[in-house]
Design a protein around this ligand. Structure first.
Ligand code: AMP
Ligand code: ZN
Length: 472
């Protein structure tokens, strides 16, 4: 499989460190509010990646953290504490907020057929681990104490900006939004590993540490939770593109400084879901959640379908018009699948393998989910038995997780089954043409093709058999 790797900035062959096994880490949600459908775009695409790796035969172990402490609103070390903000907004304790929104997140995931990772670990359950790694970073000379906080010293690294060629000035991007400069830092890019001097007097969650009572920074949690569960080497790290800097950059800095060797080989970043007004966020514009889509009458799997129809490395614009189009296409597709549900006919290995290859070729090429969805349409159009079609759709949907068979059954029970749109007359002509070609009577075959064309259809012979398409 070829996968775009943000670290090398190229499509690389995906080769895990240990044959047949993949260790995969995903940055989990910050549970101070519902996930918006932009966040969930990232989790949907990561879910397809995980499932495709399993489909390809890898034994995958996937770990995800839950950020329930330490994530400040600038993504750097400044701004408001997101969890505290949530607690104040709802007059609840931070832990109540974390429990409520963690559950809400997994409820949304379930509706979108996103598999729960093998290990899910909240940051607050790993405090000892953070303290151990931070102590070691201080011992190794990669971290220092200043003004009561512990900072990572980025000047100790040969290369800090691994994903981009930032300069010191460009760093303003990371500590943006007019937040005051932290005078304790030795270098602009340094970041907090442990806070004891917080500007939040009412910080609820605090723990004792060798440096005083305080709480961890956001970045250290992902390094520690990954290393704790997946060991010293990580094959694949996922997240939304906004996490590449500073979050993932800092994760790499501290993990490699701690381990003394390279840590993670492949970085998979999902680009953003935008609205007309720009990047979707929890604080501006309409707060689009899965529940809101449901209230408006959309099946959450239509949103998943919408996401899969575009490439994860392109930003995607959300609009209700686009979602309506996806809903109509999903309905049509599942009605077509309803017509093959009887699974009749014999297995045809050649057609089966050739159609399956279209699907795997698409996903092997940097997870091209749009083409993988097209492969489902190809199956339905192919001149092969329903047995083959049903088997392939069932297999593809282990990766796509669009609930295709269930939706097709529902569609059939509602009487929507759309055998296919090709009239019997055209089908009969296509059969005659096939026979003429077999007899090498090409003049007759061409004549029949013209007749088919006059009826508004195009017939082509493919490796999977005769294909008939309606002219647009
Ligand atoms: P958060 O809950 O803010 O920690 O974000 C959870 C995940 O969603 C992270 O991987 C983010 O990078 C990702 N993310 C945030 N905003 C968007 C967006 N508009 N589109 C896609 N992914 C996003
Ligand atoms: Zn993370």
């Amino acid at each position: 499989m070829k996968l775009y790797n943000s670290l090398t900035r190229s499509k690389d062959d995906f080769i895990p460190r240990f044959e047949g096994k993949v260790s995969m880490y995903t940055c989990g949600p910050t549970v101070y509010h519902y996930a918006h459908i932009g966040n969930l775009r990232s989790y949907i695409m990561e879910d397809v990646l995980e499932k495709y790796l399993r489909f390809s035969g890898y034994d995958v172990k996937r770990v995800m953290n839950i950020t329930d402490v330490g994530h400040l609103s600038s993504d750097g070390d400044t701004g408001d504490d997101k969890m505290l903000k949530g607690a104040k907004r709802e007059h609840k304790s931070v832990m109540e907020i974390a429990d409520f929104y963690t559950k809400a997140f997994f409820d949304d995931c379930k509706k979108l057929n996103i598999k729960t990772p093998d290990v899910v670990e909240p940051a607050t359950s790993c405090i000892d681990e953070f303290i151990r790694v931070i102590s070691s970073l201080i011992e190794k000379g990669f971290a220092y104490e200043a003004g009561g906080n512990i900072y990572f010293d980025t000047s100790k690294l040969d290369k800090y900006y691994v994903f981009n060629d930032f300069t010191e000035e460009d760093l303003a991007v990371g500590v943006r939004e007019g937040v005051e400069e932290d005078g304790n830092k030795r270098n602009k890019a340094d970041f907090v590993l442990w806070f004891t001097k917080s500007k939040f007097d009412d910080q609820e969650l605090k723990w004792d540490s060798p440096w005083g009572v305080g709480y961890p920074g956001w970045h250290i949690e992902c390094s520690c939770i990954s290393m704790k569960n997946l060991g010293e080497y990580l094959d694949l790290h996922c997240g939304g593109i906004d996490n590449a800097f500073p979050h993932h950059t800092n994760e790499i800095a501290q993990s490699e400084a701690y381990l003394g060797h390279e840590w993670c080989n492949y970085w998979f970043h999902v680009h953003h879901l935008n609205t007309d007004g720009g990047k979707m966020s929890k604080s501006k514009g309409e707060f689009l959640t899965v529940s809101l889509l449901e209230e408006k009458g959309y099946d959450p799997l239509v949103y998943r379908f919408f996401c899969l129809q575009s490439h994860y490395r392109k930003s995607l614009v959300f609009s209700y018009e686009n979602l309506d189009n996806a809903a109509a296409a999903y309905k049509k597709l599942t009605a077509k699948i309803a017509s093959v549900l009887d699974g009749s006919g014999d297995h045809d290995e050649e057609a089966y393998s050739s159609l399956k290859k279209r699907f795997t070729d698409a996903l092997d090429n940097d997870l091209n989910t749009a083409l993988a969805v097209t492969a489902v349409y190809d199956v339905l159009k192919a001149d092969t038995s329903n047995a083959v079609k049903l088997r392939l759709i069932h297999e593809f949907d282990q990766v796509l997780s669009l609930g295709l068979i269930e939706a097709a059954k529902k569609s059939a029970s509602e009487g929507n089954s759309e055998a296919d749109d090709i009239p019997d007359e055209v089908k009969a002509l296509a059969e005659q043409r096939k026979a003429a070609r077999k007899d090498k009577n090409f003049a007759l075959a061409d004549e029949i093709r013209d007749k088919i064309s006059a009826l508004g259809y195009t017939v082509t012979e493919t490796r999977e058999g005769t294909k008939i398409t309606k002219n647009s």
